[in-house]
Design a protein around this ligand. Sequence first.
Ligand code: HEM
Length: 337
Amino acid sequence: MDDPQPVDAPLTQSATFLVLTADHSPTALHTIRLALASVPEITKNISIRHPDGRLTCTVGIGSFLWDGVTRPDPRPSELHPFREIRGAVHTAPSTPGDILLHIRAERRDLCFELERQLMDKMAGTVHVVDETVGFRYFDARDLLGFVDGTANPVGPAVPRSVLVTEEDDEAGAGGSYVVVQKYVHDLERWRALKVEEQEAVIGRTKLENAEVEDAPAGEQQSHKSLAVVADEHGNEHDIVRDNMPFGSPGSGQFGTYFIGYSRRLWVVERMLERMFVGDPPGKHDRLLDFSRPLTGSTFFAPSLTQLTRLGGMRGLQGVFQIFSTNVSLCSNGGNGG
Ligand code: HEM
């Protein structure tokens, strides 16, 4: 299998989630290809200045941009835009996104510098849809006060859960589907619940992070239970989450940036359906009564090999394309003048 991007990077103290839309003109696509292909090299150039900073950047490409930047490579079989999910009470909206940069490091300055250099490289070709700066909060807690990320797979189970294999789909091999949603919390209402009520919503105890027993089938399920997805053979499928708190007490904003990496897009989509529609339908995830998604986008993080290849032959094809466009513009200009 091709080398993957650092989708399995360990939890860090800081992260930037940058979602962009892109111009699709040939010149813009050429600039974007070169910029995305240079991400591993720029990351290395910055990392060497602070080797303990564990700087990584994962690039995700959205469904609408995929063909433009990767042609003639085929599309990963499940890649499509985020599909809105409408439950009886809560909706998961679908919002635009052509490029995702998931930048992680132990230090905020490293994330900042990488984002700055990449934005410089793509200047004039991309538009910011959302930029969220996340921070690690105490012992990996979300702003609701619960430890977040416990059930993530570890060790060899990580690549098994997040990386598409050649048997799954040759076009996506070594890559990973990525879904992001930016949630804001109503902390005042959440704090009005008793701790036992909060624990029933989440499905874990608050202080010790121990699992609370699942409710019997048909009754209100916790977030933890609704987020468990099995296939028709009863096999459970994990995803890797690296959620981050974000916010600003001064402006009263408190949120969780959800990011999930998965080998199979349908697994994340099924989790979202179970949360928003409920199981049984009507009994939605009560976490949503206190957490509202503002965004929702799906990307594919290609293998590192495919990413760096974007700067190669296709880059040259882009140059030829621009060159021939300019030549024909010049000759048109000559004819006209
Ligand atoms: C579990 C918080 C959104 C998938 C958990 C846990 C917490 C949590 C505290 C229990 C500890 C753990 O295992 O990590 C949140 C918050 C969210 C959010 C604050 C947003 C406001 C989502 C979304 C998904 C998801 C949108 C999937 C689409 C999962 C999964 C588990 C989990 C798979 C582990 C279930 C298990 O196997 O025990 N979440 N979550 N979460 N969450 Fe979320």
